[in-house]
Design a protein around this ligand. Structure first.
Ligand code: FES
Length: 169
């Protein structure tokens, strides 16, 4: 649910990350063609881009919110939800797809109880896809946090998720 505008203004005033976002907007002279750069800055500052921030950016750049939303959802590197403690990025490019990425996707979604683009209910693991991570020769490729795993298998994926789950205990 969106905050009322007075509550949103108060929350922004208390959050100095908006000052840095305002500086980025000013640096780009509030030009609409700087949208992608501004979205990058917002994501770096906040970790993800909330609906309030999308609307704030749309107003600041004088763009329709639908355009800002469309760009933010088109590029996989923007996230509209908070990320989990761990992130799995599954490559769904052609080479990875033909070598088993769809099976890996089913396994990961089943193990985590959420779909690609979502985060587990406990906030532990986020699942996301990429179009091609540039390592087609070792397809299928999965990135577990910053660890790029080539020739990934269902067994390896299962082990990795299980090891992250164990950290809770
Ligand atoms: S298609 Fe997956 S690395 Fe290129």
């Amino acid at each position: 649910m969106l905050m009322t505008s007075a509550a949103a203004e108060k929350a922004k005033a208390a959050d100095n990350r908006y000052k840095y976002l305002d500086r980025a907007l000013a640096r780009h002279q509030f030009r609409g063609d700087a949208l992608i750069e501004v979205l990058h800055t917002a994501q770096e500052l906040f970790g993800f881009i909330s609906r309030e921030q999308l609307l704030y950016i749309a107003r600041s750049l004088k763009l329709p919110p639908s355009k800002v939303y469309g760009v933010a959802t088109f590029y996989h590197f923007f996230s509209l939800e908070p990320k989990g403690e761990h992130t799995v990025t599954l490559c769904m490019g052609t080479a990875c797809y033909v070598r088993g990425a769809a099976e890996l996707q089913n396994t990961l979604e089943h193990l985590c109880g959420c779909k690609m683009g979502q985060t587990t209910a406990d906030g532990k693991i986020s699942l996301q896809t990429a179009r091609c991570v540039g390592s087609c020769g070792i397809a299928p490729v999965t990135v577990y946090d910053n660890d790029v795993i080539g020739f990934d298998t269902i067994e390896q994926a299962t082990e990795r998720i299980a090891s992250w789950r164990k950290e809770e205990q």
